[in-house]
Design a protein around this ligand. Structure first.
Ligand SMILES: [Zn+2]
Length: 297
């Protein structure tokens, strides 16, 4: 080995060691966190593990959203405790973003606190059929939309059609220009396994409706990448472009008979390599579009 090669090898080893050291020093995030949204005095994000939800403190009570207690009832007890730390007001509402259990299971502590549960009507229909013992049934349902006014705060609930599920309500605070939208607009990351019951054609339409709304900050249902950040309209536009690119790429392959395996194993979308979850989630995206363009489902 030449002197230069030794030098390069030494530098590589040093870099590798530094890398290991840097990794070892990365503090793991705390199990949960409550954060007030910048630019507001009453909008909070409660994160527990890898899921999060919004709650809003008003002069006449608290509006909470998804309990995020799937398989971890302690998360919901913590959620209620965290609300109590910032407000002595009663918890008046729990609004479900959609019917998936990873976001809405575990609401009993909110029910015990006297909250009224609200969801899209299709969410209630599904929950009545599924009878999940850990999920509180909605008391009230929304069809196309509803505005909740509590004290000094207005919260708009809007059904924007089929997307990641058939029961999604987006929640918008018009004064604060904050949007809470779960699962169908992942921030800085590729939508993954949870695409299973999604509606890819209509999803694009619902993205256009979200982009036409007046908001500045997006609270996603899972922490945004990188660093757990909130989203912007640019993130929403990027996600729409991703869906359109993935759809067009698979459509061409599907019509050439390449679904399922050749597409899932070989098709890449290198423009999105830098997004969180690219390697693991992309095959699920491709499978869904193979279902659409290769199978007609
Ligand atoms: Zn979901």
């Amino acid at each position: 080995m030449s002197r230069v090669s030794y030098a390069i090898a030494g530098a590589a080893l040093a870099a590798a060691c530094l890398g290991v050291a840097a990794y070892a020093q990365q503090p793991s995030p705390p199990p949960f966190a409550t954060t007030r949204v910048d630019g507001t005095d009453n909008v909070y994000v409660f994160r527990y593990g890898n899921a999060q939800s919004m709650f809003v403190v008003t002069s006449a009570g608290v509006i909470a959203t998804d309990p995020i207690g799937y398989g971890r009832p302690q998360a919901v007890v913590t959620y209620v405790d965290e609300i109590k730390k910032v407000s002595s007001q009663p918890i008046k509402y729990v609004i479900y973003s959609h019917h998936h259990f990873d976001h809405i299971a575990g609401g009993k502590p909110f029910k015990d606190a006297g909250a009224t549960f609200v969801a899209h009507k299709r969410a209630r229909e599904r929950l009545v059929a599924l009878k999940d013992p850990h999920t509180v049934l909605p008391d009230e349902t929304v069809d196309t939309g509803r505005t909740i006014t509590l004290g000094d705060t207005t919260l708009e609930l809007t059904y924007i059609g089929l997307n990641h599920s058939d029961s999604t309500l987006v929640m918008r605070l018009p004064k604060q220009k904050v949007l809470f939208a779960v699962d169908f607009i992942p921030v800085g990351s590729v939508p993954g396994r949870g695409m299973i019951d999604s509606y890819p054609v209509e999803w694009e339409d619902s993205m256009k409706k979200v982009l036409a709304m007046d908001w500045d900050k997006l609270i996603p249902g899972h922490p945004g990448a990188p660093g757990g950040r909130l989203g912007t309209k640019q993130d929403a536009q990027n996600l729409l472009t991703f869906l359109q690119d993935a759809s067009a790429a698979v459509k061409a392959e599907a019509q050439a008979g390449k679904c399922w395996d050749p597409v899932e194993k070989e098709l890449k979308l290198p423009k999105y390599e830098g997004w969180a979850g690219y390697e693991t989630a992309l095959p699920f995206v491709l499978r869904r579009y193979c279902g659409l363009w290769g199978r007609g489902t």
